[in-house]
Design a protein around this ligand. Sequence first.
Ligand code: AMP
Length: 180
Amino acid sequence: MILLGPPGAGKGTQAELLSRRWKLAHISTGDLLRKAVQAKTKLGLQVKRFIDGGTLVPDDVVVALIREKLPRSGGFLLDGFPRTIEQAQALGKMLDEEGRRIDRVINFSVDEGTVTQRLMGRGRSDDTLETVRMRLEVYRKETEPLIVYYQKQGKLRSVDGSGTVEAVSRAIDAGLEGTP
Ligand code: AMP
């Protein structure tokens, strides 16, 4: 399963709930990258400036990370990946080779005013107004096209992400009905 949506849409919170409930491995590229930055690994040093600036880490870097972290068997939930068409294509190819596939893509729709407010209240180091604006612009340009990409594959379920944690969780459950 993939969680898709702008920064601040609540993907991380719902990913925690969903992964526990459905026993899925939760893979957040943002968390993995931030950990690498903190640990000052080679990857961390390579990606710090992108995270700080609110731009995307190059596709080949995140695709390699996913290739390494994706569990070889069992279900998984991707939070914050893919973020570009190129990443989605690389993921599709990777899974194809293993005879696996993405079942569902949950798209969180939330207006920009709401996500900006949420991000500004979160206090993460990349949550300054300037970076938030950049991340939303990057989302619109690079990530939003994935909605149509997965819609065409019949995998997309959109939920209203502007409500409470419980309301969004219920909307996701309803969207997952009939999923194998
Ligand atoms: P997030 O925690 O998902 O908001 O990610 C924080 C930052 O990590 C983003 O602003 C990007 O710089 C980087 N990042 C996370 N996931 C990806 C991805 N799939 N592709 C490129 N950059 C990413």
